[in-house]
Ligand binder design. Structure first.
Ligand code: PMP
Length: 397
């Protein structure tokens, strides 16, 4: 019956993760997968989340189905985190939010909805982007093309090319964007550049689909929402998928949300109904446990403050490690201009120049990067950063 099923090549990043796990060399360094590791190389258990877990586990409530749109208190807390406590869009009731199965689930539900209601639209993703963006959009039936984003030669954002290309797209083109911590490049737009993008979106009536998986890890929890809030204030309609996998260190609990910013409250109610239907015919309702942890943290002032400090610790550590990597590279390979690294933010650095050397880095140096040259800076720590810089310098010379 299933003879015609072809073999799945697997996900290259997840395959590398397995190879790393099975590598017996003690000095191995994992810079391949997008996971946050602490200075000791461990995936942290956030103290705020641990506290919330005690509260949630103490509950004697039975495990009933959540509504299709998830836990209402979670959705409200998520909205305030993303759009701000005093957001006009929220007080006007123009934002419809559902709890989703991680950020990926939000992307997929959003893509399904867009495909259904905009059957003539094409989708655009940045060149490059997280590989699963293409897979999810194509999986929903979209024809997917890219828009200019990165200058591979200069290894920096190419904003002029990006703006020029966006400004030529047909109305209602679905444009996938990263509000902060661009994956894989770490190259973000400035506030002034986002303002230009908002203007183009409005003028050309584009349909933005924002993907926020690293809020707080570029400049801070509030600052990283600049584009989201500017777009909401502009009156544009858009979708926003967000993930808590990294910033709550809750990868396996699959916590995320999909928000749709609408023209008015009445439209938001209709849109919410369609979001619910999209969920119903897919997985029916999201899992409850992780969402209650996140909601408890967000809505308990002491835990909230603790969590914000924990996110800040992650942000600062990654910034420090990127700077230390830069300094090591300047020392070990001064002939090369490494300044592009300092313009990058968040969990990743991107050095396409290293991509072709992936196999040597793994085989000869036990340094795991992926073949695009993306480096997860959270895999660096004081013990391994200099050795990593040395390995990079060696393969490039
Ligand atoms: N978007 C981006 C840009 C990501 O990097 C990730 C996680 N790697 C996701 C979405 C998916 O998030 P989740 O793991 O919560 O599904």
């Amino acid at each position: 019956m299933f003879e015609h099923f072809t073999a799945y090549a697997g996900d290259p990043i997840l395959s590398l993760q397995l190879a790393y796990r099975d590598d017996p060399r003690p000095e191995k360094v994992n810079l391949s997968i997008g996971l946050y590791y602490d200075e000791q190389g461990r995936i942290p258990q956030l103290e705020s989340v641990q506290q919330a877990r005690k509260t949630v586990l103490a509950s004697t409530e039975p495990s009933v189905y959540l509504p299709m749109s998830g836990n209402p208190a979670y959705c409200r807390a998520v909205q305030r985190l993303l759009f701000g406590e005093n957001s006009p869009a929220l007080s006007e009731g123009r934002v419809a939010t559902i709890q989703t199965v991680g950020g990926s689930g939000a992307l997929r539900v959003g893509a399904d909805l867009l495909r259904r209601f905009f059957p003539d639209s094409q989708a655009r993703i940045s060149d490059p982007t997280w590989d699963n963006h293409r897979a999810i959009l194509e999986g929903a039936g979209f024809v997917v093309q890219t828009y200019a984003y990165f200058d591979y030669e200069a290894q920096r954002l190419n904003f002029d090319a990006m703006a020029k290309e966006l400004d030529q797209l047909p109305a209602r083109t679905v444009v996938l964007m990263h509000p902060c911590c661009h994956n894989p490049t770490g190259a973000d737009l400035s506030a002034a550049q986002w303002d230009v993008v908002v203007d183009i979106i409005k003028r050309r009536e584009l349909l933005p689909f924002l993907d926020l998986a690293y809020q707080g890890l570029a400049e801070g929890l509030e600052a990283d929402t600049y584009f989201i809030r500017a777009l909401a204030a502009s009156g544009a309609s858009f979708l926003l998928a967000n993930s808590f996998s990294k910033i709550f260190s809750l990868y396996g609990e699959r916590c995320g949300a999909l928000s749709m910013v609408c023209a008015n409250a009445e439209e938001a109610q209709r849109v919410l109904g369609q979001m619910q239907q999209a969920v119903r015919r897919n997985y029916s309702s999201p899992p409850a446990f992780g969402g209650s942890l996140v909601q408890t943290v967000l809505d308990t002032p002491t835990l909230r403050a603790q969590w914000e400090a924990e996110v800040e610790t992650m942000r600062v550590r990654m910034h420090t490690m990127r700077t230390r990597l830069y300094e090591g590279l300047v020392q070990h390979h001064p002939a090369y201009d490494w300044s592009f690294l300092l313009a990058q933010r968040g969990m990743f650095s991107y050095a396409p120049v290293l991509g072709p050397h992936m196999n040597r880095l793994i085989k000869e140096h036990a340094v795991y990067i992926i073949d695009s040259g993306r480096i997860c800076v959270a895999g660096l720590n004081e013990q391994n950063v200099d050795r990593t810089a040395q390995a990079f310098a060696t393969v490039l010379k």
